[in-house]
Design a protein around this ligand. Structure first.
Ligand code: GLN
Ligand code: ZN
Length: 753
């Protein structure tokens, strides 16, 4: 069985690419130097994979910023506004498309950035304009193939397939659908693949993740057409049609009938048998049995069962072994982690270790039982580990089955009690929680973590910041205040560090977009709140003012979505454990005299499953977790939630079931269009539609915000409206924040009059 790797992280083991890119942008290194860093990473990755015995080593999985943008440049898909930059180098223009270009008299907006399916990776959205055409404008994929070949490695070039490429894009200023462009795009694929075949490529990987999504007849027809055209152009090039992130399900028949040599399926998320039953005899199968989305070791016993089941049906020689998807979504190397608990470390595998698993698994299939036995032992130790199991948490969880998930009274009764207690004006103003984290605060935290600043000093400094912020919020006239979250580096990490069952890596970086990387916490065991996590900060802030200060918590859905989650129990169990910990915190905050408690579910929408049929179950469980966390309070305690991102159309009725007294959402960029869903559905509770976009330094005028609020009051009764920005202000600078919030308060005052 050939060992087939789909893609390897390209940021570099020590984030060399990040540093080099940022240095290049800052003018500290020249283009040659940056190109050299990229080349060194590619050569290193290829050599590593060769050493590990990978048979199908990917090329063109490298990118200076984003692989989708690479394809746009390759196909000549370049919006007209970038033409002005023709005097700049190709690489500079590339970065301009990725990041915008605001210097030397230019002010050109970047391409839109959005999430790559349900990952935390962001890609640059191809922008198709009027009279869009395609041509082979760049030869990156060929160059990198030849670069590897010169090292004696015949790689498997990776391309995003034509259908997925088009579906990832957006048509702007023209009236057609992206797929209508297929006929124009296909000749470029034909040309490119012919060239690769002529240059000696044996295999090519064509990624078509949309084949594992909900698609209809038109898309399936497009697939048929595209792959027949490709087949015709390169009858001898072996095509690996690659799908991931979901199973093929209702697209299985369409997929197996495409004229390709190998079909890759994600067996972490998808089903094997339906594919086996329908696979035709000329197609081989690449089995994605190693989880490319998580950091746990592969259970060889289970993987082996899948492989054997497949082999029974189609024979070993028609099978390949593979990770479920590109390894882009996991950190690079576990070996470098010195601080992780050794027991924990034994259960984990990062990208490099996963390739090694591929090799071991191939050996096991051949009959080498040693690695299999060792793996069984690891899993037995993990299952029995005291690190994971906390009987108190398990007991609490089973008792929680009888917890009442509903608030004590219905919303309108609670509202009465809350109004009496809070005495807020109409159109109450508030913010989402965080305020600018200045360089000074970040530097202080770094020093404190290194032990260079004492706990007391750190706390006093942050208290000073908090006190100043409370004073300032009072001065500008905000109604509901926040403490500012200065003590938090990150809204998930902060809680992870205070809860048991979480671990943190030193170097477990995963690319998020461009040079930006994130280091997700790892939830490995039962989650328990050891002590109150936010009460002191909330109490301190509240002691400084008579106005209500919101308690600020991160909800279970968001904590899970932005972490690597244990896979040895159902996710819902883990979610409930976290929800119970938050519930306790909520009650402690209430006890401490906090009248409003916000539970952020920033990632609620983002965590929605890719496939429609899985959504209902997710929503139900997510609602249950939120209610478990929030329902314990008294009527007069007001529960807020905040959700980022857009498009609530299909889920408003579900959000209603969460029964938060107030929800704040991101709506300003869509000019309140998002609110319509809430209006149409007659969402009963209170809403704070964000009236300004915190993702940009731009200061909105009073009039602008007034007109947004007027628009909002057309769909939502005005006595239910709150006035707030559309997300936290952490990444903003002070001057613009100050002005924008003053304007916002003025806008609310105008509305009251
Ligand atoms: N309370 C958080 C903050 O203001 C919410 C952040 C978010 O929604 N991403 O930073
Ligand atoms: Zn947000």
């Amino acid at each position: 069985m050939l060992k087939n790797n789909l893609g390897y992280p390209r940021i570099g083991e020590k984030r060399e690419l990040k540093r080099a890119c940022e240095d290049f942008w800052a003018g500290k290194i020249d283009e040659d130097r940056l190109v050299e860093v990229g080349r060194a990473i590619r050569l290193g990755n290829w050599a590593l994979q060769k050493d590990l015995g990978i048979d199908l080593i990917p090329s063109n999985d490298f990118s200076f910023y984003d692989q989708v943008l690479d394809h746009s440049l390759m196909f000549g898909v370049e919006p007209a506004r970038f033409e002005a930059l023709r005097h700049y180098s190709a690489l500079e223009k590339y970065f301009a498309m990725a990041r915008g270009f605001q210097k030397e008299g230019y002010d050109i907006k970047a391409l839109e950035l959005t999430k790559w399916f349900d990952t935390n990776y962001h890609y640059l959205v191809p922008e198709f304009g009027p009279y869009q055409t395609f041509h082979l404008a760049q030869t990156k994929v060929i160059d990198e193939f030849l670069e590897a070949k010169a090292q004696g490695i015949n790689t498997k070039p990776v391309l995003i397939g034509p259908i997925s490429y088009l579906l990832l894009g957006k048509v702007k200023n023209a009236d057609y659908r992206a797929l209508d462009l297929l006929d124009r795009l296909l000749p470029v694929y034909q040309q490119l693949l012919t060239k690769l075949s002529e240059l000696g490529a044996d295999y090519v990987q064509i990624d078509e993740p949309f084949l594992a999504m909900d698609i209809g007849y038109i898309e399936k027809e497009a697939y048929r057409k595209a792959f027949h055209a490709i087949r015709k152009a390169v009858p001898n090039l072996k095509i690996i049609l690659t799908t991931y992130f979901e199973g093929l399900e209702n697209n299985t028949l369409a997929a197996v009938n495409l004229p390709v040599d190998v079909l890759h399926i994600d067996l972490i998320r998808g089903d094997l048998d339906a594919v086996l039953d329908r696979l035709n005899e000329n197609t081989a199968l690449s089995l994605g049995v190693i989880d490319g989305r998580n950091i746990w070791k592969t259970n060889y016993t289970k993987a082996l069962q899948l492989v054997q089941r497949a082999a029974q049906k189609v024979g070993f020689d028609r099978l390949m072994l593979a990770p479920s998807c590109s390894l882009l979504h996991v950190p690079i190397d576990l070996d470098g982690e010195k601080a992780l608990h050794p027991e924990l470390k034994e259960w984990m595998a990062f990208a490099k270790q996963k390739l090694n698993e591929l090799a071991e698994l191939a050996e096991i299939v051949k009959g080498n039982t040693e690695a299999l036995e060792e793996n069984k032992k690891v899993f037995a130790r993990r299952e029995a580990s005291e690190l994971i199991h906390n009987p108190d948490v398990k007991r609490r969880l089973s008792e929680s089955a009888s917890t009442n998930l509903k608030r004590k009274s219905a919303f309108l009764d609670r509202l009465d009690a809350q109004n009496r207690l809070l005495q807020l004006p109409a159109f109450p103003t508030t913010t989402i929680g965080s305020f600018p984290q200045t360089k000074a605060i970040r530097a202080l935290r770094r020093k404190w973590k290194k032990g260079e600043v004492s706990d007391l000093e750190y706390e006093n400094e942050l208290k000073r910041e908090t006190a100043e912020l409370i004073r300032w919020q009072e001065e500008i006239g905000l109604d509901v205040l926040v403490h500012g979250e200065f003590e938090r580096n990150d809204m998930v990490e902060y809680f992870g560090e205070l809860l048991s069952g979480f671990a943190f890596t030193e170097n477990g970086w995963v690319q998020s977009y461009g040079s930006r990387c994130v280091k997700p916490p790892i939830i490995f065991g039962d989650v328990e709140r050891k002590r109150a996590m936010t009460v002191n900060w909330a109490k301190y802030a509240q002691s400084l003012t008579n106005r209500p200060v919101k308690g600020m918590l991160t909800g279970p859905i968001t904590i899970m979505k932005w972490s690597f989650v244990r896979n040895d129990q159902a996710e819902h169990e883990t979610r409930k454990q976290i929800a119970l910990a938050i519930r306790d915190e909520v009650l402690d905050l209430e006890e401490a005299g906090i009248r409003i408690i916000q539970i952020d579910e920033a990632a609620y929408r983002e965590a929605l499953p890719l496939r429609n049929e899985k959504r209902a179950a997710y929503i139900e469980m997510a609602t249950e977790a939120f209610c478990l966390a929030s329902s314990g309070v008294r009527d007069e305690t007001q529960i807020h939630t905040h959700m980022c991102y857009s498009d609530f159309n299909s889920i408003v009725s579900k959000i209603e079931q969460m029964d938060a007294d107030v929800i704040t959402i991101e709506t300003s960029r869509s000019q309140m269009a998002l609110l319509e869903a809430f209006g149409k559905h007659r969402y009963p509770n209170e809403i704070g539609p964000g009236v300004y976009d915190i993702h940009s330094p731009r200061v909105p005028s009073v009039n602008e915000m007034v007109s947004l609020l007027e628009k909002a009051s057309e769909v939502i009764p005005k006595e239910r409206l709150w006035v707030n920005p559309d997300c936290g202000l952490k990444t903003r600078a002070w001057p613009e924040t100050e002005q924008a919030l003053r304007n916002m308060v003025d806008a609310a005052k105008q509305m009251r009059n």
